[in-house]
Design a protein around this ligand. Structure first.
Ligand code: TRP
Length: 452
């Protein structure tokens, strides 16, 4: 069966970057960077990328391209009968948990884009911005409708396949995203008082660099680069034969960090220039941005640009998430691609409604909690704090103890055509000792066994 493939190195780069760049860049990264000490946090984040992010990414690239299979099939093909398949199945399960809440937030972004296009934010005030966001989150019909639209768009792209769907969309839209973000940056940085925002983002303050900050940086590096659940295994199974895997991993990690910084440079100068609080998470994105952009010349155009680029980021990240179960069902369960995509679209939309209806305390299911967490928070907590680091840990252990070094060497050097003699010994030591040690610390902290 022809499973499809990306057509060039550029396509590989844009598709993989499309997975990495997502909602995490636009609000999570800038906000956390500011909160945990700016430049100091940034340095730790970069170290986490080098010692945890890149090694896991490269391991996933190896597993996918070597086996030419998705998350489950890769383990079954490379080490039949070892139980490695379990790691892939855990990845499929984690991808669902992420998608249940990610599709909900992506729906809010789509809705805000449409509101921006129809000029709804023209008369906005602080109070009405809050009230509007509150009513969108609580819904219940509006956010469910937009979550459905997100799944419809993502499914339509995925049905077209790897080359005509994922490749075409990411190759067209990722450059658009870069251009739009730079336009927003130019406007934001030319506002009076913009430098306060830049300082908030970059000022090195080691006193804020606590244990919690370091763990946050580790977790963020993982989420940002779409690791630990087999997304990169699945994408790498469509990579070209001669792609330089180390080069792709490095370029994607760097570009992703650049997008995060550019997003921070669009958001914080704007927020500070208008004297607003750089408050947390979704609130910043959905309340502050319409408020401040609507008050400046060409504001509505910028607002449309901003929500359009955020929609692109959320959509291309969703493509890579949905591809995980789609590859599993087509390869292991013998379904056709179209049936697998439609079935997954329905499952994610159907169960995702639970996340949408529990996103806020006053939502319809906001009062339904188990151990103080509603559905939305459980999906997020289980996937980000438990399953992703655990998946990453199992992947590097599998690489170090089950896979044969010679095979890794052959695949990463493209059968000897790349010279990685200086890099490989370092890589083997890092995946055997450094990455697992760091992941075990994140994991034990997440489940509360140790407290940093
Ligand atoms: N990296 C994306 C972001 O920053 C989210 C994402 C896409 C993801 N695929 C993933 C996270 C797989 C974890 C695993 O928003």
């Amino acid at each position: 069966m022809d499973r499809g493939m990306f057509s060039s190195g550029l396509a590989v780069f844009f598709a993989t970057l499309g997975s990495a760049v997502g909602l995490g860049n636009i609000w999570k990264f800038p906000y956390l960077t500011g909160q945990f000490g700016g430049g100091a946090f940034l340095m730790v984040y970069l170290l986490c990328i080098i010692f945890v992010g890149l090694p896991v990414m490269l391991s996933e690239f190896y597993l996918g391209r070597k086996s030419r299979k998705g998350a489950v099939g890769a383990f079954a093909t490379l080490a039949p009968g070892t139980g490695g398949k379990f790691i892939g199945k855990m990845g499929v399960a984690s991808s669902y948990l992420i998608m249940f809440f990610y599709s909900c937030v992506a729906g809010w972004v789509y809705y805000y884009l449409i509101k921006a296009i129809s000029g709804d934010f023209a008369e906005i005030t602080m109070e009405s911005a809050k009230a509007q966001f509150g009513s969108v989150v609580v819904g219940p019909l509006t956010p469910i409708f937009w979550q459905f639209i997100v799944m419809a768009v993502v499914s339509a792209i995925l049905i077209m396949g790897i080359k005509n769907g994922i490749e075409r969309v990411t190759k067209t839209l990722m450059p658009v995203l870069f251009i739009l973000i730079i336009i927003c940056d130019i406007r934001a940085l030319s506002l009076p008082g913009a430098m306060d925002g830049v300082r908030f983002l970059f000022e090195v303050d080691f006193s804020k660099l606590t244990g919690a900050a370091i763990l946050t940086a580790l977790g963020l590096a993982f989420f940002k680069l779409s690791l630990g659940i087999g997304t990169m295994i699945t994408y790498a199974s469509y990579f070209t034969k001669d792609n330089n895997l180390l080069g792709t991993a490095a370029k994607v990690a760097l570009s992703d960090t650049l997008v995060s910084l550019l997003a921070g440079l669009a958001i914080f100068p704007t927020v500070f220039s208008f004297g607003l609080e750089p408050g947390a998470g979704p609130g910043l994105l959905f309340m502050t941005i319409p408020l401040v952009f609507s008050q400046m010349p060409f504001g509505n155009l910028l607002l449309i640009s901003f929500f359009f680029l955020t929609s692109i980021a959320a959509t291309t990240a969703m493509l890579s998430l949905v591809e995980v179960p789609v590859a599993y069902m087509t390869e292991e369960k013998g379904m056709s691609r179209t049936v697998a995509v439609l079935l997954n679209g329905l499952i994610i939309f159907g169960i995702g409604i639970l996340a949408t209806l529990s996103a806020d305390k006053s939502s319809l299911l906001g009062g339904v909690t188990f151990m103080d967490r509603g559905f939305f928070d459980w999906f997020d907590y289980l996937s980000s704090n438990i399953l992703m680091p655990l998946g990453g840990l199992l992947i590097v252990i599998f690489m170090s103890y089950v896979v044969d070094k010679k095979s890794i060497k052959e695949e990463l050097t493209n059968n000897g055509s790349l010279n990685l003699n200086a890099f490989l010994p370092f890589f083997f030591i890092v995946i055997r000792y450094v990455t697992p040690a760091l992941l075990i610390i994140i994991f034990l902290n997440a489940v509360g066994v140790i407290k940093l």
